[in-house]
Write a protein of this length. Sequence first.
Length: 281
Amino acid sequence: MADLVLLAESGGVGTLVLNRPEKLNAFGGDMREQLIAALGAAAEHGGIRALVITGAGRAFSAGGDVHHMAALKARGESFAAVRPLLELGRAAILRLASLPFPTIAAVNGPAAGAGLNLALACDLRIASDQATFGETFVRIGLHPDWGGTYFLPRLVGLARALELSWTGELISAAEALRIGLVERVVPHDELPGAVRSLAERLAAAPAASVSLAKRTLGASLHRTLEECLEAEADAQAACWESPDAAEGLRAFVEKRAPEFGAGAPERAAGAEPARPAGRFE
């Protein structure tokens, strides 16, 4: 079986590489299953505190394998033949979104269709100045999937999301930055270093603080102010009990750089979380 998705860890940073460069990392064969497995392995690794997702070769990902879908259509297959592909995409996005640590898409080239939406599902996106972006499903008469209808309007607004989805237009990295689709654009040759620097910084941060901020800020989009204030108090209580808070406060008083560790307080296997925990999820 070909290794269509690669996962490695170094210094607390995991790197997941979509590895089908001859097809611009389009999702074919069992690549979706391998992506799900790699995300699961990252979650269970224990040493990964930030995850970078990128593509091998000159593309991030061209999305679905259109030739495969065209063959299914030519044979007269019903949607039942396609549904498993969507279910695997759904599983991949849900697993990615559930990771407790920061995720960064290093968009090294074209990101289209499901490839774009995989990048959108990451917490942050840093793009090469040679990258392009397209919600291209309309070009083949299909509808956005892999969470595009959730993430895209939250990043660029409803009207711009509709425009991108209706036209299937490919936009440049500069335009993606202007409309808020990515957080940063760097010269192509500097992309690995820029992403690694940010990932190492996040991996060295206090794990409980980073993880809880990811959860509370994400949940804030459907909460009231009062609910956000309650969640903040609950998350602050959890951070207070973590070893990182003791280290951070002590380092501040001692006027030195803190050395953060695992951060989150451990819980016995099978034990229930404390009652307030639900409000910052």
